[in-house]
Design a protein around this ligand. Structure first.
Ligand code: C2O
Ligand code: CU
Length: 638
Protein backbone atom coordinates (compact mmCIF):
# COMPACT_ATOMS: atom_id res chain seq x y z
CA UNK A 1 0.00 0.00 0.00
CA UNK A 2 1.15 3.53 -0.57
CA UNK A 3 -0.45 6.81 0.41
CA UNK A 4 -1.75 7.74 -3.02
CA UNK A 5 -3.46 4.37 -3.49
CA UNK A 6 -4.92 4.56 0.02
CA UNK A 7 -6.15 8.06 -0.67
CA UNK A 8 -8.09 7.17 -3.82
CA UNK A 9 -9.40 3.90 -2.37
CA UNK A 10 -10.69 5.79 0.62
CA UNK A 11 -12.42 8.38 -1.56
CA UNK A 12 -13.93 5.78 -3.87
CA UNK A 13 -15.24 3.77 -0.91
CA UNK A 14 -16.76 6.91 0.61
CA UNK A 15 -18.56 7.80 -2.63
CA UNK A 16 -19.78 4.22 -3.11
CA UNK A 17 -21.14 4.14 0.43
CA UNK A 18 -23.00 7.39 -0.15
CA UNK A 19 -24.41 6.21 -3.47
CA UNK A 20 -25.65 2.88 -2.06
CA UNK A 21 -27.33 4.42 0.99
CA UNK A 22 -28.90 7.28 -0.98
CA UNK A 23 -30.44 4.79 -3.41
CA UNK A 24 -31.74 2.77 -0.45
CA UNK A 25 -33.32 5.91 1.02
CA UNK A 26 -35.04 6.72 -2.23
CA UNK A 27 -36.41 3.18 -2.54
CA UNK A 28 -37.78 3.19 0.97
CA UNK A 29 -39.76 6.35 0.24
CA UNK A 30 -40.94 5.53 -3.24
CA UNK A 31 -42.21 2.01 -2.51
CA UNK A 32 -41.27 -0.53 -5.20
CA UNK A 33 -38.34 -2.89 -4.82
CA UNK A 34 -37.95 -2.29 -1.07
CA UNK A 35 -36.38 -5.74 -0.75
CA UNK A 36 -33.24 -4.14 -2.20
CA UNK A 37 -33.02 -1.79 0.78
CA UNK A 38 -31.26 -4.21 3.13
CA UNK A 39 -28.64 -5.37 0.59
CA UNK A 40 -27.95 -1.76 -0.39
CA UNK A 41 -27.46 -0.71 3.22
CA UNK A 42 -25.21 -3.71 3.78
CA UNK A 43 -23.16 -2.70 0.72
CA UNK A 44 -22.91 0.84 2.04
CA UNK A 45 -21.72 -0.43 5.40
CA UNK A 46 -19.17 -2.70 3.71
CA UNK A 47 -17.81 0.30 1.79
CA UNK A 48 -17.49 2.21 5.04
CA UNK A 49 -15.67 -0.79 6.52
CA UNK A 50 -13.19 -0.60 3.62
CA UNK A 51 -12.63 3.06 4.53
CA UNK A 52 -12.02 1.97 8.10
CA UNK A 53 -9.32 -0.49 7.02
CA UNK A 54 -7.63 2.02 4.72
CA UNK A 55 -7.74 4.73 7.35
CA UNK A 56 -6.23 2.26 9.81
CA UNK A 57 -3.27 1.80 7.48
CA UNK A 58 -2.95 5.55 6.88
CA UNK A 59 -2.79 6.10 10.63
CA UNK A 60 0.60 4.37 10.60
CA UNK A 61 1.95 7.45 8.75
CA UNK A 62 0.80 9.82 11.43
CA UNK A 63 -2.30 11.26 13.06
CA UNK A 64 -2.43 14.30 10.75
CA UNK A 65 -3.18 12.04 7.82
CA UNK A 66 -6.30 10.55 9.40
CA UNK A 67 -7.53 13.10 11.95
CA UNK A 68 -10.47 14.37 9.94
CA UNK A 69 -11.37 10.93 8.71
CA UNK A 70 -11.33 9.40 12.21
CA UNK A 71 -13.10 12.25 13.96
CA UNK A 72 -15.62 13.15 11.31
CA UNK A 73 -15.96 11.29 8.04
CA UNK A 74 -15.95 7.65 9.05
CA UNK A 75 -18.25 7.97 12.11
CA UNK A 76 -20.58 10.26 10.13
CA UNK A 77 -21.05 7.51 7.56
CA UNK A 78 -20.70 4.41 9.77
CA UNK A 79 -22.96 5.14 12.74
CA UNK A 80 -26.21 6.14 10.97
CA UNK A 81 -25.73 3.43 8.32
CA UNK A 82 -25.29 0.72 10.96
CA UNK A 83 -28.38 1.98 12.81
CA UNK A 84 -30.40 2.12 9.59
CA UNK A 85 -29.39 -1.43 8.72
CA UNK A 86 -30.45 -2.59 12.20
CA UNK A 87 -33.83 -0.88 11.84
CA UNK A 88 -34.35 -2.08 8.27
CA UNK A 89 -33.69 -5.69 9.25
CA UNK A 90 -36.50 -5.60 11.81
CA UNK A 91 -39.16 -3.11 10.73
CA UNK A 92 -41.15 -3.03 7.49
CA UNK A 93 -42.65 0.13 6.00
CA UNK A 94 -42.72 2.37 9.03
CA UNK A 95 -41.91 6.07 9.22
CA UNK A 96 -39.11 5.24 11.70
CA UNK A 97 -37.51 2.97 9.15
CA UNK A 98 -37.72 5.65 6.49
CA UNK A 99 -36.27 8.32 8.72
CA UNK A 100 -33.40 6.12 9.91
CA UNK A 101 -32.40 5.35 6.33
CA UNK A 102 -32.78 8.99 5.29
CA UNK A 103 -30.49 10.01 8.14
CA UNK A 104 -27.95 7.46 6.95
CA UNK A 105 -28.20 8.88 3.42
CA UNK A 106 -27.53 12.37 4.74
CA UNK A 107 -24.62 11.14 6.91
CA UNK A 108 -22.87 9.21 4.14
CA UNK A 109 -23.42 12.08 1.67
CA UNK A 110 -22.02 14.67 4.04
CA UNK A 111 -19.03 12.45 4.76
CA UNK A 112 -18.38 12.11 1.02
CA UNK A 113 -18.81 15.85 0.51
CA UNK A 114 -16.39 16.57 3.32
CA UNK A 115 -13.83 14.31 1.69
CA UNK A 116 -14.30 16.01 -1.65
CA UNK A 117 -14.41 19.63 -0.64
CA UNK A 118 -12.48 20.07 2.53
CA UNK A 119 -9.73 17.53 2.79
CA UNK A 120 -8.90 17.90 -0.84
CA UNK A 121 -9.34 15.54 -3.73
CA UNK A 122 -9.73 15.74 -7.41
CA UNK A 123 -13.24 17.05 -7.84
CA UNK A 124 -15.06 17.02 -11.09
CA UNK A 125 -18.42 18.66 -11.52
CA UNK A 126 -19.85 15.18 -12.03
CA UNK A 127 -18.62 13.82 -8.70
CA UNK A 128 -19.82 16.93 -6.96
CA UNK A 129 -23.23 16.57 -8.57
CA UNK A 130 -23.48 12.94 -7.40
CA UNK A 131 -22.64 13.94 -3.84
CA UNK A 132 -25.12 16.82 -3.83
CA UNK A 133 -27.81 14.97 -5.72
CA UNK A 134 -28.34 12.41 -2.95
CA UNK A 135 -29.61 14.68 -0.23
CA UNK A 136 -31.36 16.91 -2.76
CA UNK A 137 -33.31 14.03 -4.28
CA UNK A 138 -34.23 12.59 -0.91
CA UNK A 139 -35.47 15.95 0.22
CA UNK A 140 -37.47 16.46 -2.96
CA UNK A 141 -39.19 13.12 -2.39
CA UNK A 142 -39.80 13.94 1.24
CA UNK A 143 -41.56 17.11 0.18
CA UNK A 144 -44.42 14.92 -1.14
CA UNK A 145 -45.12 13.99 2.46
CA UNK A 146 -47.46 16.03 4.60
CA UNK A 147 -47.52 17.86 7.93
CA UNK A 148 -44.45 18.03 10.17
CA UNK A 149 -42.38 15.74 7.90
CA UNK A 150 -42.78 18.15 5.03
CA UNK A 151 -41.87 21.14 7.20
CA UNK A 152 -38.83 19.38 8.48
CA UNK A 153 -37.79 18.59 4.94
CA UNK A 154 -38.24 22.17 3.81
CA UNK A 155 -36.26 23.51 6.77
CA UNK A 156 -33.49 21.00 6.11
CA UNK A 157 -33.35 21.99 2.44
CA UNK A 158 -33.15 25.68 3.35
CA UNK A 159 -30.35 25.00 5.86
CA UNK A 160 -28.45 22.93 3.33
CA UNK A 161 -28.73 25.73 0.77
CA UNK A 162 -27.53 28.31 3.30
CA UNK A 163 -24.67 26.05 4.35
CA UNK A 164 -23.54 25.98 0.74
CA UNK A 165 -24.31 29.53 -0.37
CA UNK A 166 -22.99 31.58 2.55
CA UNK A 167 -19.44 30.16 2.64
CA UNK A 168 -19.29 30.28 -1.17
CA UNK A 169 -20.25 33.94 -1.27
CA UNK A 170 -17.83 34.94 1.50
CA UNK A 171 -14.92 33.10 0.01
CA UNK A 172 -15.61 34.50 -3.46
CA UNK A 173 -15.76 38.04 -2.03
CA UNK A 174 -12.55 37.57 -0.06
CA UNK A 175 -10.63 36.12 -2.99
CA UNK A 176 -10.91 39.16 -5.25
CA UNK A 177 -7.57 40.90 -5.72
CA UNK A 178 -6.71 44.47 -6.65
CA UNK A 179 -4.31 45.17 -9.53
CA UNK A 180 -1.52 45.97 -7.08
CA UNK A 181 -1.13 44.38 -3.70
CA UNK A 182 1.20 43.03 -1.08
CA UNK A 183 0.75 39.33 -0.39
CA UNK A 184 1.56 39.97 3.27
CA UNK A 185 -1.56 42.10 3.60
CA UNK A 186 -3.57 38.96 2.92
CA UNK A 187 -1.41 36.30 4.49
CA UNK A 188 -2.32 35.67 8.12
CA UNK A 189 0.81 35.87 10.27
CA UNK A 190 1.70 32.60 11.96
CA UNK A 191 3.96 33.22 14.95
CA UNK A 192 4.81 29.56 15.39
CA UNK A 193 4.10 29.74 19.12
CA UNK A 194 6.67 32.51 19.59
CA UNK A 195 6.09 36.16 20.51
CA UNK A 196 4.07 38.02 17.91
CA UNK A 197 1.88 41.07 17.94
CA UNK A 198 2.47 42.82 14.62
CA UNK A 199 0.59 43.07 11.40
CA UNK A 200 2.74 41.22 8.88
CA UNK A 201 5.46 42.77 6.83
CA UNK A 202 4.06 46.26 6.65
CA UNK A 203 4.94 46.88 10.28
CA UNK A 204 8.52 47.83 11.06
CA UNK A 205 11.41 49.97 10.05
CA UNK A 206 13.80 47.93 7.89
CA UNK A 207 13.16 47.96 4.16
CA UNK A 208 14.38 44.97 2.14
CA UNK A 209 16.12 47.59 -0.03
CA UNK A 210 18.67 48.17 2.72
CA UNK A 211 19.53 44.46 3.08
CA UNK A 212 22.03 44.41 0.22
CA UNK A 213 25.35 42.73 -0.37
CA UNK A 214 28.57 44.80 -0.21
CA UNK A 215 28.02 47.92 -2.37
CA UNK A 216 31.65 49.00 -2.64
CA UNK A 217 34.81 47.19 -3.67
CA UNK A 218 36.08 45.51 -6.82
CA UNK A 219 34.27 42.21 -7.42
CA UNK A 220 36.43 39.06 -7.59
CA UNK A 221 34.25 37.73 -10.37
CA UNK A 222 32.06 39.81 -12.63
CA UNK A 223 29.48 38.42 -15.06
CA UNK A 224 26.85 39.87 -17.33
CA UNK A 225 23.72 37.91 -18.13
CA UNK A 226 21.55 39.25 -20.92
CA UNK A 227 18.10 37.75 -21.38
CA UNK A 228 16.78 37.71 -24.94
CA UNK A 229 14.32 35.69 -26.96
CA UNK A 230 15.90 32.83 -28.87
CA UNK A 231 14.59 30.37 -31.37
CA UNK A 232 15.93 26.92 -30.58
CA UNK A 233 15.85 24.18 -33.19
CA UNK A 234 16.19 20.64 -31.99
CA UNK A 235 15.49 17.78 -34.32
CA UNK A 236 12.46 18.77 -36.36
CA UNK A 237 11.05 21.09 -33.72
CA UNK A 238 11.36 24.79 -33.09
CA UNK A 239 10.99 26.28 -29.63
CA UNK A 240 10.45 29.94 -28.82
CA UNK A 241 12.87 30.08 -25.90
CA UNK A 242 14.33 32.86 -23.77
CA UNK A 243 18.03 32.60 -23.12
CA UNK A 244 20.78 34.18 -21.08
CA UNK A 245 23.63 35.20 -23.38
CA UNK A 246 22.13 33.29 -26.28
CA UNK A 247 22.44 29.77 -24.86
CA UNK A 248 20.09 27.36 -23.15
CA UNK A 249 21.03 26.59 -20.46
CA UNK A 250 22.71 29.91 -19.66
CA UNK A 251 26.48 30.03 -19.03
CA UNK A 252 27.80 28.26 -15.94
CA UNK A 253 28.88 30.94 -13.45
CA UNK A 254 31.79 30.03 -11.22
CA UNK A 255 33.39 31.58 -8.16
CA UNK A 256 35.45 30.62 -5.13
CA UNK A 257 34.14 30.52 -1.61
CA UNK A 258 34.55 34.02 -0.14
CA UNK A 259 34.55 35.82 -3.51
CA UNK A 260 32.66 39.04 -4.04
CA UNK A 261 30.44 38.21 -6.99
CA UNK A 262 28.84 40.80 -9.23
CA UNK A 263 26.32 39.89 -11.89
CA UNK A 264 24.78 42.53 -14.13
CA UNK A 265 21.50 41.24 -15.50
CA UNK A 266 20.09 42.96 -18.56
CA UNK A 267 16.88 42.50 -20.46
CA UNK A 268 17.02 42.83 -24.24
CA UNK A 269 13.66 41.99 -25.65
CA UNK A 270 12.04 39.76 -23.01
CA UNK A 271 8.58 41.26 -22.81
CA UNK A 272 7.63 39.44 -19.61
CA UNK A 273 10.53 41.09 -17.81
CA UNK A 274 13.18 39.24 -15.87
CA UNK A 275 14.87 38.85 -12.48
CA UNK A 276 17.49 36.34 -11.35
CA UNK A 277 17.23 34.23 -8.20
CA UNK A 278 20.35 32.46 -6.91
CA UNK A 279 18.75 29.21 -5.89
CA UNK A 280 20.28 27.82 -2.71
CA UNK A 281 22.72 30.69 -2.21
CA UNK A 282 22.01 32.38 1.12
CA UNK A 283 22.46 35.91 -0.24
CA UNK A 284 21.35 39.11 1.54
CA UNK A 285 17.63 39.67 0.98
CA UNK A 286 17.87 42.54 -1.54
CA UNK A 287 19.98 40.31 -3.85
CA UNK A 288 17.43 37.47 -3.83
CA UNK A 289 15.85 38.35 -7.15
CA UNK A 290 12.15 37.92 -6.44
CA UNK A 291 10.05 40.31 -8.53
CA UNK A 292 7.63 42.27 -6.38
CA UNK A 293 9.17 41.18 -3.09
CA UNK A 294 12.90 42.02 -3.12
CA UNK A 295 13.07 44.14 -6.29
CA UNK A 296 11.00 45.42 -9.20
CA UNK A 297 11.03 43.41 -12.42
CA UNK A 298 13.82 44.28 -14.90
CA UNK A 299 11.90 45.52 -17.93
CA UNK A 300 12.97 45.35 -21.55
CA UNK A 301 15.97 47.65 -21.99
CA UNK A 302 16.84 47.80 -18.28
CA UNK A 303 19.67 46.26 -16.22
CA UNK A 304 20.01 45.39 -12.54
CA UNK A 305 23.17 44.64 -10.59
CA UNK A 306 23.40 41.86 -8.02
CA UNK A 307 26.32 41.76 -5.58
CA UNK A 308 26.97 39.23 -2.86
CA UNK A 309 29.81 37.44 -1.15
CA UNK A 310 29.78 33.64 -1.51
CA UNK A 311 29.88 31.94 1.85
CA UNK A 312 29.19 28.46 0.54
CA UNK A 313 31.04 26.05 -1.71
CA UNK A 314 29.01 23.70 -3.86
CA UNK A 315 26.47 23.34 -6.64
CA UNK A 316 23.68 25.89 -7.04
CA UNK A 317 21.68 27.28 -9.92
CA UNK A 318 20.21 30.54 -11.03
CA UNK A 319 16.88 31.09 -12.69
CA UNK A 320 14.30 33.73 -13.53
CA UNK A 321 11.97 34.60 -10.66
CA UNK A 322 9.59 36.66 -12.75
CA UNK A 323 6.87 34.53 -14.33
CA UNK A 324 9.20 31.73 -13.31
CA UNK A 325 6.94 28.84 -14.24
CA UNK A 326 7.01 29.94 -17.86
CA UNK A 327 10.45 31.49 -18.04
CA UNK A 328 12.36 28.62 -16.43
CA UNK A 329 10.54 26.22 -18.71
CA UNK A 330 11.55 28.36 -21.69
CA UNK A 331 15.22 28.42 -20.78
CA UNK A 332 16.11 31.19 -18.29
CA UNK A 333 18.36 29.20 -16.00
CA UNK A 334 21.94 28.05 -15.59
CA UNK A 335 24.37 26.44 -13.16
CA UNK A 336 26.32 28.16 -10.38
CA UNK A 337 29.41 26.42 -9.08
CA UNK A 338 31.29 27.77 -6.08
CA UNK A 339 34.57 26.01 -5.36
CA UNK A 340 36.17 25.74 -1.92
CA UNK A 341 39.00 28.20 -1.12
CA UNK A 342 41.34 25.27 -0.57
CA UNK A 343 40.86 24.02 -4.12
CA UNK A 344 43.45 25.65 -6.38
CA UNK A 345 42.40 24.14 -9.67
CA UNK A 346 39.59 21.91 -10.87
CA UNK A 347 40.55 18.34 -10.02
CA UNK A 348 39.85 15.60 -12.54
CA UNK A 349 36.59 15.75 -14.45
CA UNK A 350 34.03 18.17 -13.03
CA UNK A 351 30.75 18.01 -14.97
CA UNK A 352 27.45 19.73 -14.43
CA UNK A 353 24.30 17.99 -15.61
CA UNK A 354 21.32 20.32 -15.80
CA UNK A 355 18.25 18.15 -16.05
CA UNK A 356 15.48 20.04 -17.74
CA UNK A 357 12.09 19.10 -19.10
CA UNK A 358 10.99 21.67 -21.58
CA UNK A 359 9.26 21.23 -24.85
CA UNK A 360 10.87 19.40 -26.53
CA UNK A 361 12.04 17.84 -23.30
CA UNK A 362 15.56 16.76 -22.57
CA UNK A 363 18.59 16.97 -20.36
CA UNK A 364 21.69 19.05 -20.84
CA UNK A 365 25.28 18.40 -20.00
CA UNK A 366 26.53 21.91 -19.38
CA UNK A 367 28.62 23.15 -22.25
CA UNK A 368 27.56 20.36 -24.57
CA UNK A 369 24.82 20.31 -27.13
CA UNK A 370 22.44 17.43 -27.03
CA UNK A 371 21.03 15.58 -29.89
CA UNK A 372 17.38 14.61 -29.68
CA UNK A 373 17.91 11.92 -32.28
CA UNK A 374 19.91 9.51 -30.16
CA UNK A 375 19.19 11.10 -26.77
CA UNK A 376 22.64 10.17 -25.52
CA UNK A 377 25.37 12.56 -24.49
CA UNK A 378 28.87 11.18 -24.53
CA UNK A 379 32.02 12.39 -22.85
CA UNK A 380 35.41 10.73 -23.16
CA UNK A 381 37.01 10.27 -19.73
CA UNK A 382 40.29 8.36 -19.18
CA UNK A 383 40.26 5.54 -16.61
CA UNK A 384 41.50 6.58 -13.18
CA UNK A 385 40.20 10.18 -13.45
CA UNK A 386 38.41 11.45 -10.34
CA UNK A 387 34.92 12.50 -11.50
CA UNK A 388 32.42 14.84 -9.90
CA UNK A 389 28.95 14.93 -11.45
CA UNK A 390 26.84 17.87 -10.33
CA UNK A 391 23.22 17.07 -11.08
CA UNK A 392 20.71 19.92 -10.99
CA UNK A 393 17.02 19.10 -11.28
CA UNK A 394 15.48 22.11 -13.02
CA UNK A 395 12.21 20.28 -13.73
CA UNK A 396 8.98 20.45 -11.76
CA UNK A 397 8.96 16.92 -10.41
CA UNK A 398 11.32 14.71 -8.40
CA UNK A 399 13.57 12.63 -10.63
CA UNK A 400 15.13 9.30 -9.89
CA UNK A 401 18.66 8.86 -11.25
CA UNK A 402 20.71 5.70 -11.72
CA UNK A 403 24.44 5.62 -12.18
CA UNK A 404 25.71 2.33 -13.61
CA UNK A 405 29.21 1.03 -14.24
CA UNK A 406 30.94 2.08 -11.03
CA UNK A 407 30.42 2.40 -7.28
CA UNK A 408 29.78 6.05 -6.39
CA UNK A 409 29.51 8.34 -3.39
CA UNK A 410 26.85 10.95 -2.82
CA UNK A 411 29.24 13.72 -1.82
CA UNK A 412 26.96 16.76 -1.49
CA UNK A 413 23.31 17.73 -1.35
CA UNK A 414 22.01 21.20 -2.26
CA UNK A 415 25.48 22.74 -2.12
CA UNK A 416 26.46 21.25 1.26
CA UNK A 417 28.97 18.41 1.71
CA UNK A 418 27.73 15.14 3.19
CA UNK A 419 30.15 13.56 5.62
CA UNK A 420 31.27 9.95 5.51
CA UNK A 421 28.98 8.52 2.86
CA UNK A 422 30.22 5.08 1.83
CA UNK A 423 30.39 4.21 -1.89
CA UNK A 424 27.28 2.41 -3.10
CA UNK A 425 26.27 0.46 -6.21
CA UNK A 426 22.85 -0.06 -7.78
CA UNK A 427 21.12 2.51 -5.60
CA UNK A 428 18.80 5.06 -7.20
CA UNK A 429 18.95 8.70 -6.19
CA UNK A 430 15.72 10.66 -5.96
CA UNK A 431 16.32 14.38 -6.35
CA UNK A 432 13.75 17.05 -5.53
CA UNK A 433 12.70 19.55 -8.19
CA UNK A 434 15.15 22.42 -7.72
CA UNK A 435 17.58 20.25 -5.73
CA UNK A 436 21.22 19.28 -6.46
CA UNK A 437 23.34 16.19 -5.87
CA UNK A 438 27.11 15.95 -6.31
CA UNK A 439 28.17 12.39 -7.11
CA UNK A 440 31.83 11.37 -7.02
CA UNK A 441 33.70 8.30 -8.26
CA UNK A 442 36.94 7.27 -9.94
CA UNK A 443 36.53 6.55 -13.62
CA UNK A 444 36.73 2.76 -14.16
CA UNK A 445 38.12 1.04 -17.26
CA UNK A 446 34.65 0.69 -18.84
CA UNK A 447 31.92 3.26 -19.51
CA UNK A 448 29.62 4.80 -16.89
CA UNK A 449 25.99 5.70 -17.65
CA UNK A 450 23.61 8.08 -15.92
CA UNK A 451 19.93 7.48 -16.61
CA UNK A 452 16.74 9.02 -15.31
CA UNK A 453 17.26 12.39 -16.96
CA UNK A 454 14.13 14.01 -18.31
CA UNK A 455 12.52 11.94 -21.03
CA UNK A 456 15.05 9.19 -21.16
CA UNK A 457 18.16 11.15 -22.12
CA UNK A 458 21.29 9.28 -21.04
CA UNK A 459 24.68 10.67 -20.23
CA UNK A 460 27.54 8.28 -20.95
CA UNK A 461 31.14 8.77 -19.84
CA UNK A 462 33.86 6.76 -21.54
CA UNK A 463 33.50 4.63 -24.63
CA UNK A 464 31.90 1.28 -25.31
CA UNK A 465 28.41 -0.09 -24.79
CA UNK A 466 26.80 1.76 -21.85
CA UNK A 467 26.03 -0.48 -18.84
CA UNK A 468 22.37 -1.26 -18.21
CA UNK A 469 20.43 0.74 -15.64
CA UNK A 470 17.38 -1.53 -15.62
CA UNK A 471 16.25 -3.89 -12.86
CA UNK A 472 15.49 -3.06 -9.29
CA UNK A 473 17.50 -0.25 -7.71
CA UNK A 474 16.46 0.50 -4.15
CA UNK A 475 16.48 4.21 -3.34
CA UNK A 476 19.30 5.65 -1.28
CA UNK A 477 17.75 7.13 1.85
CA UNK A 478 19.37 10.36 2.98
CA UNK A 479 17.85 9.89 6.40
CA UNK A 480 20.42 7.18 7.10
CA UNK A 481 23.23 7.77 4.56
CA UNK A 482 26.63 8.97 5.79
CA UNK A 483 28.20 9.48 9.21
CA UNK A 484 26.37 11.51 11.84
CA UNK A 485 29.39 12.93 13.65
CA UNK A 486 28.65 15.72 16.07
CA UNK A 487 25.01 16.69 16.05
CA UNK A 488 24.50 20.21 14.61
CA UNK A 489 23.01 22.85 16.95
CA UNK A 490 19.86 23.04 14.83
CA UNK A 491 19.09 19.47 15.89
CA UNK A 492 19.04 20.26 19.55
CA UNK A 493 16.34 22.81 20.33
CA UNK A 494 14.57 24.19 22.26
CA UNK A 495 12.84 25.87 19.34
CA UNK A 496 11.69 29.47 19.53
CA UNK A 497 9.19 28.89 16.75
CA UNK A 498 7.40 25.72 15.82
CA UNK A 499 5.43 25.73 12.57
CA UNK A 500 3.23 23.00 11.21
CA UNK A 501 2.37 23.29 7.52
CA UNK A 502 -0.23 20.79 6.35
CA UNK A 503 -0.69 20.62 2.60
CA UNK A 504 -4.01 19.70 1.04
CA UNK A 505 -6.09 20.45 -1.99
CA UNK A 506 -9.49 22.00 -1.99
CA UNK A 507 -12.01 23.87 -4.05
CA UNK A 508 -11.58 27.58 -3.48
CA UNK A 509 -11.82 30.91 -5.20
CA UNK A 510 -8.67 32.71 -6.28
CA UNK A 511 -8.85 36.18 -7.74
CA UNK A 512 -12.65 35.81 -7.85
CA UNK A 513 -12.52 32.61 -9.89
CA UNK A 514 -13.21 29.07 -8.70
CA UNK A 515 -10.12 26.86 -8.68
CA UNK A 516 -9.03 23.53 -7.38
CA UNK A 517 -6.39 25.08 -5.19
CA UNK A 518 -3.43 24.01 -3.09
CA UNK A 519 -4.04 24.65 0.58
CA UNK A 520 -1.68 25.02 3.53
CA UNK A 521 -3.37 24.63 6.89
CA UNK A 522 -6.65 24.88 4.97
CA UNK A 523 -5.73 28.30 3.56
CA UNK A 524 -5.36 29.04 -0.14
CA UNK A 525 -3.80 31.84 -2.18
CA UNK A 526 -3.72 34.77 -1.44
CA UNK A 527 -4.21 33.82 2.20
CA UNK A 528 -1.58 31.13 2.71
CA UNK A 529 0.03 31.62 6.13
CA UNK A 530 3.20 33.70 6.57
CA UNK A 531 5.81 32.26 8.96
CA UNK A 532 6.99 35.07 11.23
CA UNK A 533 10.36 34.93 13.02
CA UNK A 534 12.81 37.20 14.80
CA UNK A 535 16.51 37.28 13.99
CA UNK A 536 18.31 34.66 16.06
CA UNK A 537 15.31 32.37 16.51
CA UNK A 538 15.81 28.64 16.28
CA UNK A 539 12.94 27.52 14.08
CA UNK A 540 11.33 24.16 13.51
CA UNK A 541 8.91 23.43 10.69
CA UNK A 542 6.86 20.33 10.01
CA UNK A 543 5.81 19.77 6.41
CA UNK A 544 2.87 17.37 6.24
CA UNK A 545 1.71 16.38 2.76
CA UNK A 546 -1.84 15.05 2.70
CA UNK A 547 -2.30 15.64 -1.02
CA UNK A 548 -1.54 13.19 -3.83
CA UNK A 549 1.22 15.31 -5.43
CA UNK A 550 4.88 15.84 -4.53
CA UNK A 551 5.70 19.26 -3.11
CA UNK A 552 9.38 20.27 -3.24
CA UNK A 553 9.45 22.88 -0.48
CA UNK A 554 12.00 25.65 -1.02
CA UNK A 555 12.72 28.40 1.49
CA UNK A 556 14.87 31.19 0.12
CA UNK A 557 17.93 32.45 2.01
CA UNK A 558 18.23 29.53 4.48
CA UNK A 559 19.31 25.92 4.68
CA UNK A 560 17.16 23.48 6.59
CA UNK A 561 18.45 20.57 8.64
CA UNK A 562 16.23 17.51 8.25
CA UNK A 563 15.29 16.19 11.72
CA UNK A 564 12.90 13.36 10.94
CA UNK A 565 10.48 11.82 8.47
CA UNK A 566 7.14 10.41 9.68
CA UNK A 567 8.57 10.40 13.18
CA UNK A 568 11.74 8.46 12.22
CA UNK A 569 14.75 10.53 13.26
CA UNK A 570 17.58 11.34 10.83
CA UNK A 571 20.65 9.30 11.76
CA UNK A 572 22.87 9.76 8.70
CA UNK A 573 25.23 12.63 7.95
CA UNK A 574 23.62 15.98 8.85
CA UNK A 575 21.31 16.56 5.89
CA UNK A 576 21.00 20.25 5.07
CA UNK A 577 18.68 21.12 2.22
CA UNK A 578 17.15 24.13 0.54
CA UNK A 579 14.59 22.20 -1.48
CA UNK A 580 13.01 19.24 0.26
CA UNK A 581 10.69 16.96 -1.65
CA UNK A 582 7.72 16.17 0.55
CA UNK A 583 6.00 13.21 -1.10
CA UNK A 584 2.34 12.29 -0.54
CA UNK A 585 1.95 10.80 2.94
CA UNK A 586 5.24 12.26 4.19
CA UNK A 587 5.66 14.32 7.31
CA UNK A 588 9.11 15.95 7.60
CA UNK A 589 10.45 17.95 10.51
CA UNK A 590 13.23 20.43 9.67
CA UNK A 591 15.06 23.12 11.64
CA UNK A 592 17.09 26.22 10.90
CA UNK A 593 18.54 29.28 12.54
CA UNK A 594 16.85 32.54 11.48
CA UNK A 595 20.07 34.39 10.69
CA UNK A 596 19.32 36.20 7.44
CA UNK A 597 16.78 39.01 7.93
CA UNK A 598 14.37 39.76 5.13
CA UNK A 599 11.19 38.64 3.50
CA UNK A 600 11.88 35.28 1.95
CA UNK A 601 9.76 33.38 -0.44
CA UNK A 602 8.81 29.99 0.88
CA UNK A 603 7.15 28.03 -1.87
CA UNK A 604 6.62 24.83 -3.73
CA UNK A 605 9.27 24.43 -6.44
CA UNK A 606 6.91 22.64 -8.70
CA UNK A 607 6.63 25.99 -10.45
CA UNK A 608 3.26 25.07 -11.87
CA UNK A 609 1.98 24.73 -8.31
CA UNK A 610 3.61 28.03 -7.38
CA UNK A 611 2.04 29.74 -10.38
CA UNK A 612 -1.42 28.86 -9.12
CA UNK A 613 -0.70 30.10 -5.62
CA UNK A 614 1.43 27.61 -3.66
CA UNK A 615 3.42 30.54 -2.33
CA UNK A 616 4.18 31.59 1.24
CA UNK A 617 6.74 33.84 2.88
CA UNK A 618 9.10 33.56 5.78
CA UNK A 619 8.99 37.03 7.31
CA UNK A 620 11.35 38.63 9.81
CA UNK A 621 9.58 40.98 12.18
CA UNK A 622 10.22 44.61 11.38
CA UNK A 623 11.23 44.06 7.75
CA UNK A 624 9.06 45.67 5.08
CA UNK A 625 9.00 45.52 1.31
CA UNK A 626 8.23 48.59 -0.80
CA UNK A 627 7.36 46.36 -3.80
CA UNK A 628 4.02 45.01 -4.79
CA UNK A 629 2.69 42.32 -7.05
CA UNK A 630 -0.45 42.12 -9.18
CA UNK A 631 -1.50 42.80 -12.75
CA UNK A 632 -0.92 46.57 -12.56
CA UNK A 633 2.66 46.28 -11.28
CA UNK A 634 4.26 44.06 -13.91
CA UNK A 635 5.75 42.05 -11.02
CA UNK A 636 4.82 38.40 -11.12
CA UNK A 637 7.21 36.33 -9.03
CA UNK A 638 5.80 32.97 -10.10
CU1 C2O B 1 14.38 28.22 -7.32
CU2 C2O B 1 11.80 30.72 -5.42
O1 C2O B 1 13.06 29.42 -6.40
CU1 CU C 1 3.58 21.67 -4.95
Amino acid sequence: MNFVVAYWTDLAAGLLAAAAVVVAANLVWTGPRTRLVVPLLAAGLAAVAVRGAVVGWMASLGWDFVARRVILDVPLAAVPTAVALGVALRARATTGRRLAITTAAAGTSLAALDQLLLTGWLVTVGLLAVALLGPALTLALLSDARGPVRWTATAAAALLALAVVVPLATSWWGSRLPGSFDLADYAPADDGGGPGGHAGHNAGGTSVDTLTGPRGGEPDVHYTLTASPLTVRTGSRTVQAVAFNGTVPGPQLEAREGDLVQVDVCNRGDRQGVTVHWHGVDVPNAEDGVAGVTQPVIRDGQCHTYRFRTEQAGTFWYHAHQASDEQVDRGLFGALVFRPTTQRAVEGMDLTVLDHAWRPPGGFLAGASWDAADAVERRPVPAGTPVRLRIVNTTNTPRSYRLAGTPFTLAAVDGGDLTGGAPVTRRSLTLAAGGRYDITFTMPGGPVALSGLADGVRAVLGSGTPPATSGSWPALDLLTYGRRGESPPEAQGPYDRDFRLVMDRKIAFAGGRPTYAWAVNGLTFPRMPMQMVREGDLVRIRFVNRSTADHPMHIHGHHLLVLSRNGKPATGAPWFTDTLNVAPGEDYAVAFRADNPGIWMDHCHNLQHAAVGFVMHLGYEGVTSPYRIGSDTGNNPE
